[in-house]
Design a binder for this molecule. Structure first.
Ligand code: PMP
Length: 398
């Protein structure tokens, strides 16, 4: 006869898993998956613009012509043809780059994780913009970092405040999305970028420059990367992604970093997933030949959608609200009068079959509870207009 033994409780999960919650955007997306909801919450590229045929052709050719290579393990750093084509693309955009300077990543989200592994010990300090891209806050939180927000204005991080925080907090890195930032849509002007690079050069600081949106410019002039500013070359990591210009499902991003840091990231990547899928990399490399023409089409459509949202906001938001008019990207940031709490209001808004992301979770500290993020690229202008009418009702305006 075997004795019945009460099962002992299991060892707990790692402390970091309880310190960092799931992304509130994901939770909201789950609620708003119903087709009748006009979802301004997600950061989803417009699916009808995916170049289904062009991408299918690229995959087909790769499988027909180089099946043994496409279906095989590959190097951690990435497929040479993709690295070479990307290096040429980055060079053309004003930052001289060789194939060896790049590491292909499984989306730029993985680049953030690799950098956290390569640079951060628990307790290290990371500086972020306020507000900041949510999933970057998650990565830094999971790494056990102390996240400190740098004061920002309409042009991004304040270089004076940055210099003071670098002196007082001794951070390892500054994480910034200088072009069409997620969530605000704002862009850091060239002078400000040079000032940030100067602070990093004088005080010793890594800059992580995350640029998934830069090619989605609808008006205004391109601004050079921080990575190309004087004094920044040896201390700036530039991240790029095909998610917003090709397709997020491919999960292809890249990281350009000085050699020692890039090598540490490659070791971290080896441990994480060995390499980014070979087939996707080869197909993406092939698709690069036609990518520019595709991006021109996407830009034209997204510009109209940006305009539709900007045109509809005065009637949709309560009097006294202010919002950004981004020159590109996917997001617009609105601040309602201080008496509004966008987190508390969201369930009522969702009952009107429309959704936004409340602003509070984007802040590392002192959230602005009256802010919200709207994605303007996923719906047509008519749907945007209808969504904004529902938003007005949900907010109690109409
Ligand atoms: N950085 C920023 C600022 C983003 O907005 C996103 C996606 N929303 C990512 C990184 C991650 O993109 P991906 O992994 O698809 O390249």
């Amino acid at each position: 006869m075997t004795a019945v033994v009460a099962p002992a409780s299991l060892p707990p999960l790692a402390a970091r898993t309880t310190a960092v919650g799931g992304s509130p955007v994901r939770d909201i997306l789950a609620v708003t998956a119903r087709p009748d909801v006009i979802n301004f919450a997600g950061g989803l590229p417009a699916p009808e613009l995916f170049d289904r045929r062009g991408i299918a052709t690229a995959f087909h050719e790769v499988l027909e012509q180089t099946p043994a290579r496409a279906l095989q393990y590959s190097t951690t750093e990435g497929e040479p043809s993709l690295r070479a084509a990307l290096a040429e693309r980055v060079t053309r955009r004003g930052l001289p780059t060789g194939a060896d300077d790049l590491l292909i990543t499984t989306g730029s989200q993985q680049a953030l994780s690799l950098l956290a592994t390569a640079l951060l010990d628990p307790g290290d300090t990371v500086l972020v913009e306020d507000p900041c891209y949510l999933a970057a806050l998650q990565v830094f939180g999971l790494a056990g970092a102390r996240v400190v927000a740098v004061p920002t204005d309409a042009d991004g991080v304040d270089p004076q405040a940055l210099a003071e925080l670098v002196r007082s907090e001794r951070p390892k890195l500054l994480y910034t999305v200088p072009t069409f930032q997620n969530p605000t849509g704002r862009t850091m002007p060239a002078g400000r970028r040079a000032a940030v690079a100067d602070v990093a050069a004088r005080h010793g600081l890594w800059i992580v420059e995350d640029d998934p949106y830069g090619e989605l410019r609808y008006d205004g002039e391109p601004v050079p990367w921080i990575a190309s500013c004087e004094g920044a070359a040896d201390r700036t990591v530039l991240l790029g992604s095909f998610s917003k210009i090709m397709a997020p499902g491919l999960r292809i991003g890249w990281l350009r970093a000085p050699a020692s840091l890039r090598r540490a990231c490659a070791v971290a990547k080896q441990a994480a997933d060995l390499h980014t899928p070979t087939l996707n990399q080869l197909a993406a490399a092939r698709y690069l030949d036609v990518l520019d023409a595709h991006v021109v089409r996407v830009r034209a459509v997204y510009a109209e959608r940006r305009d539709a949202m900007v045109a509809g906001l005065p009637a949709a938001l309560p009097e006294g609200s202010v919002w950004t008019r981004p020159e590109g990207g996917m997001f617009l940031w609105a601040r309602l009068p201080a008496s509004y709490d966008t987190t508390a209001l969201l369930p009522e808004v969702v009952r009107h079959d429309v959704a936004y992301v409340p602003g509070a979770p984007f802040y590392a500290s002192d959230p602005d509870r009256s802010a919200l993020r709207l994605c303007f690229v996923t719906q047509t202008p008519d749907e945007i207009a209808e969504g904004l009418r529902r938003l007005a009702k949900g907010l109690g305006g109409a």
